[in-house]
Design a protein around this ligand. Structure first.
Ligand code: CP
Length: 336
């Protein structure tokens, strides 16, 4: 791999909206390089002697393990922190946590999805941390998922422009899912010339500021954003579909997952009949974990159009790119 350009030293990754398209292009290029190096069994020791902290307020399979394994493959070490076992559980502040952890290492990454709390908490840490803060998903953004999604679209199609990519609400009963994945997708994809269709039942709107920004991103970059409550219109002639649940934290802030209003929407499910409306080459994608009963049936997620495992694998290549780029130039002496 070539020398990494010092574009990201001293910066935090909370949302991809803070980065130019050229900077995101570079993150994706390094992600593809990391993937090539992985398959060629080449070492990618960019972070020898570096350490990072992975703070999780919620469960994770892909995000935790892509960062933990990724950091080891970069030559460094990542410490997993279950926040229920930290002094945060006794009320220790975001400031104290950020100042102290940043004095111990080179990166703090955090997942905190609670509606109205997560993004504020991560931004508060970013205010005080002397090392990069990486958002591993909050109530508003999941930048690492959006990067892996875009990388997978590039892998599958060799391009992004003029593709119809549909982000479609689906019913789920497994747990309450944040809006951060569809928000990150509708903000990022139009910047790559993608024609995004956002489809959902009444009441599951994304915030107005997200739609306004997504439309601006589309106008500036040749993509588009279409909003519909017609699920079939979203599947029709699509190149990629992302049928996924979101938003019950916004519509219902109690911890109750399943209620009558949700169950009334059980037709919002990805089935072979829905996939038949899309192009024959359409790819089925999902950030995972999927509710295999309600969001999608096995025939689709295990079928030939599904690229969910490729999408999940790209989480480690993008994680390694982000850690290498944001951490490798940041020496402990920088904070003196
Ligand atoms: N897609 C995703 O973020 O997966 P995890 O919740 O398992 O990290």
């Amino acid at each position: 791999m070539q020398k990494l350009e010092p574009k990201f030293a001293g910066r935090h990754l909370i949302t991809l909206e803070d980065f130019t398209k050229e900077e995101i292009d570079y993150i994706l290029k390094v992600s593809h390089d990391m993937k090539d190096a992985f398959y060629a069994n080449e070492e990618t020791q960019w972070l020898v002697g570096k350490t990072g902290f992975l703070m999780f307020f919620e469960q994770s399979t892909r995000t935790r393990n892509s960062f933990e394994s990724g950091m080891a493959q970069l030559g460094g070490h990542a410490t997993f922190l279950d926040t229920s076992m930290m002094q945060i559980a006794h009320g220790e502040s975001a400031k104290d946590t950020a100042v102290i952890l940043s004095s111990f290492g080179h990166m703090i990454a955090c997942r905190y999805c609670n509606w109205g709390l997560g993004n504020k908490y991560i931004r508060e840490m970013a205010k005080w941390s002397t090392v990069p803060i990486i958002n591993l998903q909050c109530d508003l953004y999941h930048p690492m998922q959006a990067l892996a999604d875009l990388m997978t679209i590039e892998d599958e199609f060799g391009k992004t422009k003029n593709l119809k990519v549909s982000v479609i609400w689906a019913m789920a009963t497994t747990h309450k899912k944040p809006i951060s994945v569809p928000v990150s997708q509708v903000l990022l994809f139009p910047r790559y010339g993608i024609d995004v269709t956002l489809a959902y039942p009444e009441g599951y709107d994304l915030p107005d500021w997200v739609i306004e920004k997504a439309r601006k991103n589309a106008a500036e970059n040749g993509g588009s954003l279409t909003i519909t409550h017609d699920m079939d219109a979203a599947y029709k002639d699509a190149d990629v579909v992302f049928p996924k649940n979101w938003g019950s934290w916004v519509t219902n802030q109690s911890t109750t997952v399943v209620d009558d209003a949700l169950l009334a929407l059980k037709a919002w499910k990805c089935t072979p009949e829905k996939m038949a409306l899309a192009k024959p080459t359409c790819r089925y994608m999902h950030a995972l974990p999927a509710d295999r009963v309600n969001e999608v049936v096995d025939e689709v997620i295990d079928g030939p159009q599904s690229v969910v495992y490729q999408e999940a694998e790209n989480r480690i290549h993008t994680a390694k790119a982000v850690m290498a780029l944001f951490v490798h130039d940041k020496l402990p002496s920088d904070r003196r």
